[in-house]
Ligand binder design. Structure first.
Ligand code: ZN
Length: 255
């Protein structure tokens, strides 16, 4: 079995915990029981079966998964299909007590929520979110997708020690993919290149600045002020710590 440093059961548990905290802290919109259930199990499902390589790698290596899902949200489609398949077995059947209508509603929500975790659509989702927040037209489905995306990226909002641990795990996974790409004669992006590990702190500043902070900041008024105050404060101090580390590395190189 391949040891996956980041996209493993710990990430699933961590994301499930985070989405529950977020869904419980939504201000005005009342999420229904079905919606809360869909959000909760989506977090459990959302990376199941991950083997530590991204969609780009699967598509470029013409992996069976990319062929199965026609290069479209390859992993996210696989996670959903795998999870719903597992849930068919009697010992894992979350839906056992649900009628057909409820099952269909939960399944539809889960599909939308998990597909939204594809980072390839992150900036489109963020633009749509900004306009919904501005026009006060946020739907419950959009709030659920947003909670999922925030939960998925939530290690950036934890205290530095936990955030650093998750960051090193994801980088380990990136470098493993980079090694495989080099071996396959593929072009390796800087973020995945083990030889450029010294840039890790600088890359983390970029991750927090361009992916995490704008998402949390856009929807800060949708969630309880106290929670968002703590989250945004942690993101800011994590960013400052990575900046300090990046500067230290640069100073070291200058000597
Ligand atoms: Zn994830």
């Amino acid at each position: 079995m391949i040891a996956v440093p980041y996209h493993n059961a710990y990430h699933a548990a961590d994301t499930t915990n985070a989405i529950w905290v977020l869904m419980s802290s939504v201000n005005d919109l009342k999420l229904t029981g079905i919606e809360l259930f869909a959000g909760f199990i989506s977090a459990m499902f959302h990376d199941v079966g991950h083997e530590g390589v991204n969609n780009n790698y699967l598509i470029h290596t013409r992996d069976k998964l990319a062929l199965t899902y026609n290069d479209s949200h390859v992993l996210e489609n696989m996670h959903l299909a795998t999870a719903f398949e597992v849930a068919r077995s009697p010992e894992c059947d979350f839906f056992e007590t649900m009628g057909d209508g409820e099952y269909k509603a939960v399944r539809k929500l889960c599909i939308g929520i998990v597909l939204a975790t594809d980072l390839a659509v992150h900036f489109d989702t963020l633009s749509a979110l900004k306009s919904d927040v501005k026009n006060s037209s946020l739907s419950n489905q959009t709030v659920l997708k947003t909670c999922m995306k925030m939960a998925d990226l939530s290690h950036g909002s934890k205290g530095f020690s936990a955030h650093e641990d998750w960051s090193l795990r994801i980088c380990k996974e990136f470098y493993n993919q980079g090694d495989a790409e080099k071996e396959a004669g593929m072009k390796v992006i800087a973020l995945f290149d083990r030889a450029l590990e010294k840039d890790l702190p600088k890359n983390q500043v970029g991750f927090l600045k361009y992916l995490v902070e704008p998402l949390f900041n856009t929807v800060k008024t949708v969630f309880m002020e106290e929670l968002m105050g703590e989250i945004l404060g942690n993101i800011e101090s994590n960013s400052a710590e990575w900046s300090r580390q990046a500067e230290k590395k640069e100073e070291g190189e200058d000597k």
